[in-house]
Design a protein around this ligand. Structure first.
Ligand SMILES: Cc1ncc(COP(=O)(O)O)c(C=O)c1O
Length: 382
């Protein structure tokens, strides 16, 4: 417990508010603030030569390495991208839909996934969307049954953003690879909260961002590309930082880097590398396995308290199937959920709402007193 209390101290917001929404925005930690200030001090004192080469590029490399450690990859398999959407668009730009037009995805994937693949309609892509029977999960069989020789890629969200259902990834990867299709995992709701080993899972791509469970701030995301695949891919979304010699300033040829950084494009959102490295350091120090155990006990407590109030739980009850959040239906539909959400905010209980439900997402700096306070206030408002 003392260990978790020490992590709690690193997040000033935890003293002032009941912060239970890391699924949307992880809070600012003391290390990230210290590092953000370090960046500002450097920027105030230095010119670009020193700021970028002596500090910025090493800081970006540290981010790639930390992210690689979190997912069990090598740093050379990681590209820094501005957002999950833009990383996914770069991946899509490599594919040829003439021979393989089908993209398999699920009805519960985050909407940006659908938008990226819908935009590929113009290039010949056709979406095949696996439904959900209960609005909570999507069975692997719904995806595997759609994969065939015309499938270019399967888009999977490892942990569903609304319900926190954990997908059964291995059978989908097996079916995709058996048919010669690729697999891209959107892991925004997995990395940092539900352990994974990307090599063991054998997915081809993985995307995640710093701003939620990694507590690293906005404007920086990561794309993993499997080592054996990198050099066969030529993105159409490109830029000088994806080339072998950006500071040669050559303009007549396009020589991609041989590592995953061929997916990087223009000038980086450098300040975010400082905040992201602070967040990821804390997650690595806590350890994702330990975070997972702590998170499971807090989400179990959320479910216990919700049951006591007779609320509908719209997340998996089985702990091994449930990611970091619990979704609870509120009385009064969407308007009821909004009313309760805003009343809770006024009482310094910070959550978010999706449709007619609230999402409660405790993280490693939360403890059971937060759940207790959340439900004491919630009970008054129902
Ligand atoms: C699973 C998932 N993928 C992608 C996104 C959007 O990512 P970005 O804004 O970095 O494109 C979100 C945002 O909440 C998400 O939950």
């Amino acid at each position: 417990m003392e260990r978790w209390a020490a992590f709690r101290d690193e997040f000033p917001v935890a003293r002032r508010r009941t912060y239970l929404i890391s699924a949307s925005l992880g809070p600012l930690s003391r290390p990230s603030r210290r590092l953000a200030e370090e960046h500002l001090d450097l920027w105030e004192r230095l010119g670009p030569e020193e700021l970028w080469f002596e500090h910025g590029f090493p800081r970006l490399e540290e981010c790639r390495s930390s992210f690689a450690r979190l997912i069990g990859a090598g740093p050379h398999e990681i590209a820094i991208v501005p957002s999950v959407s833009s990383g996914l668009s770069s991946v899509a730009s490599c594919l040829d839909f003439d021979l393989r037009p089908k993209v398999v995805l699920s009805a519960m994937d985050f909407p940006t996934n659908h938008h990226v693949w819908l935009a590929q309609h113009r290039r010949g892509a056709r979406l095949d969307v696996a439904p959900s029977s209960d609005g909570i999960g999507v069975e692997a069989g719904e995806l595997t049954g759609r994969i065939d020789g015309s499938t270019a890629i399967v888009n999977l969200n490892r942990v569903l953003y609304e319900s926190s259902w954990i997908m059964d990834v291995p059978p989908v990867v097996e079916a995709a690879h058996r048919h010669g299709a690729l697999v891209v995992l959107d892991d925004f709701h997995g990395t940092g909260i539900v352990p994974l080993d990307v090599h063991r899972l054998e997915v081809d791509f993985l995307l995640s961002g710093a701003l939620k469970w990694l507590c690293g701030g906005q404007g920086i995301a990561f794309l993993y590309v499997r080592e054996g695949l990198i050099e066969s891919l030529e993105p159409v979304v490109v830029g000088w930082f994806g080339t072998q010699n950006p500071f040669g300033f050559g303009r007549s040829e396009l020589h991609f880097r041989s590592d995953a950084r061929r997916f990087e494009s223009g000038t980086y959102a450098l300040p975010q590398a400082w905040t992201a490295s602070g967040g990821m350091e804390l997650i690595l120090e806590a350890g994702v396995d330990s975070i997972r155990a702590h998170s499971q006990s807090l989400t179990a407590e959320v479910i216990r308290r919700a049951d006591a109030l007779g609320l509908d739980v719209l997340s998996p009850r089985a702990p091994e199937r449930r990611g970091g959040l619990v979704r609870l239906r509120m009385p009064g539909g969407r308007a009821g959920a909004q009313r309760i959400l805003h009343a809770l905010l006024e009482r310094d209980v910070v959550l978010d709402a999706r449709g007619d439900a609230l999402r409660i997402s405790p993280h490693f700096f939360n403890d059971v007193t937060d759940i207790d306070r959340c439900f004491t206030e919630l009970q008054r408002l129902l």
